[in-house]
Design a protein around this ligand. Sequence first.
Ligand code: PLP
Length: 458
Amino acid sequence: MRFPAEPFKIKVVESIKTTTQEEREKLLKEVGNNIFDIPSEKIFIDLLTDSGTSAMSDRQWAALMVGDEAYAGSRSFYKFEQTVKKLTNFGHVIPTHQGRVAENLLSSIIVKEGMVVPNNSHFDTTRANIEYHQGLALDLVIDEAYQPEVDHPFKGNMDIRKLERVINKYGKDRIPVCFLTITNNSGGGQPVSMQNIKDVKKVLSKYNIPLFFDACRFAENCYFIKTREKGYENKWILEIANEMFSYADGCTMSAKKDGLVNIGGFLALNDEGLAQKITNLLILIEGFPTYGGLAGRDLEAIAVGLEEVLDENYLQFRTSQVQYLAEMLDKENISIIKPAGGHAVYIDAQKFFPHIPNYQFPGQALVVELYKRYGIRSVEIGSLMFGKTDEKTGEEIHPKLELVRLAIPRRVYTSMHMNYIAEAFAELHKDRDKIKGMRITYEAPVLRHFTARLEEIN
Ligand SMILES: Cc1ncc(COP(=O)(O)O)c(C=O)c1O
């Protein structure tokens, strides 16, 4: 079957409240068109993120009950640690309460002023953590990633020539680590091939630069390797994951994605000295090394989630549900990043609203309109999230693409929900000429999209 049915039955349901357009318009006014400030009860379909929004399984809920809440040496920690080790083979596993803390711990120790960190594409928290420590975060993804219409099986790949150029330009001593984000969230949820991982590792090994994965969606990446890369079609997902992690020196992980839980994360690595320094900092800001900001029950749920996510039936359904939505939008002539990502469909907002220039935030205009008319929450990944003012020239810098992400929570919505979203887009597309651009009326100095206020330009 091209689009397999959900490989699960629904045991518990959560009702969704509906709102009127009038109510939603009032709310948007109150929050300055910032979708992050809309109470979730006022949302019909929430595609803001796939992070921390998964439905846990009956096995995970059962695991919560056996959580060991000891401050030190919790049984749940050892189970969690063993699961992560089985998956990654890294020697040290450091729990954190979410992914950005893992990034913060690592950056605090290894990133100093003037240092450079390459990545295929940095996620916003990864970039912010590096820049906070006065480092330079560089995106070195292949050019195809910036061409939404170009179909490429591994659009998350790093451009090896760009990587070598960066190493030659800045010198290996200024590059404390190189990241690969698997799958590449900011670049459309696109996977990285095993071959590319090997090639990146080969280059880095020449210069003794460690490779870390931003591994939030490692299982979805493995499934794409299995289905798209020659030689992997008959391998188990765990085998593929093991091989993938064998090329890295460590990873940061938000378990809120492929850990199938609502909170949690970790940092895993081989370097003992670095692990020691990170652990010392962990105690200061998160907690004791056997809980790291999590309850014992959370660690239990992650351990089960990390096993369940390797189930091929689940991964097949998961990726094809995203594909199903993407194909429906494509049929309606909505420009999307092709192929569909592992966790989300990305709309090319600039093509959706060709009459709204990038400095008037076409992506945010689409986000606002989707909510106003249909109660759907999405998120802008464009000039609002990544645009900034050049400190030297005062010029506005814009990202290459103005995207809107429709992130699909794991095991939460059904195919009928996907149909509703596609119909909403089809209707809005016909009416798109009437939609206006926006301007910012308030912005914070970092991660402005979370708190910015905007108004429509009349
Ligand atoms: C690629 C990537 N890295 C890091 C993070 C940060 O994880 P967290 O939200 O758990 O801090 C995210 C979250 O969405 C992500 O998608």
